[in-house]
Design a protein around this ligand. Sequence first.
Ligand code: NAI
Length: 247
Amino acid sequence: MGELDGKVAIVTGGASGIGAATVAALLGQGASVVIADIDDARGEALARRLGPKARYARLDVSDEAAWRRVVADTVARDGRLDVLVNNAGIGAFADVEKETREGWDRVIAVNETGVWLGMKHAVPEMRRAGGGSVVNVSSIFGEVGGFGASVAYHAAKGSIGVMSRNAALRYAKEGIRVNSLHPGFVDTPLVAPVKGTPVEDQIVSRTPMGRWGRPEEIGEVIAFICGPRASFMTGSEVYVDGGWTAG
Ligand code: NAI
């Protein structure tokens, strides 16, 4: 018996890193999970590996028509939608002056607009299911200024906390909970550009626990927030960061 037996979840960016660990944690609690991503090869291979309760669906989170398709298809196949984890995200390293208009627009489209679009199209189905849980993945960089670089990333991640609290208030009476999850540095392909560089030393030395997080250390907390033990929790910003924001 799992906490999420009979529930249906969509995890964006579910093919890799934190998303893949979240998919595994939700499956472990008994949910059926749609791995929604743009990396078809990785997403399909992961779904095959995880078994019949995992399914891959192509979804570019910045594309509203794709959201309509994937949500409708999920409900057609699985009968309902209870959980949405808006996890898909892309990195961006340029500072205020080096960022380009194209780069800015792409990061905002995926990391910020994609979160809103996901809620917009999932909430009506959650309402039909009698309630639901949304977890929007932000970052410690949605709270602190980091290294003074990655301006578009900070802007997008900073919006997720207040967007989530806004949605939490809007849907609190309908049993649809909305929380944001703010990871510290986690060892995934997203951070590959800094591995082996002096930035990696800074990251590890500035993290009070003195190490990278592991994807499953984030996925397990997300699965908890999605489940019934977190039933009174909405509008919360949850930091899972090895102590980064405690200082
Ligand atoms: P990752 O690079 O391992 O995985 C991201 C996944 O998102 C990939 O499978 C990619 O194909 C997918 N994706 C990219 N653009 C997409 C789009 N337009 N539509 C759908 N899927 C798309 O990254 P990671 O580290 O697992 O990141 C997951 C989330 O956690 C992101 O939102 C990231 O910003 C956030 N995060 C990660 C941290 C880290 O240190 N790894 C720290 C704080 C936040």
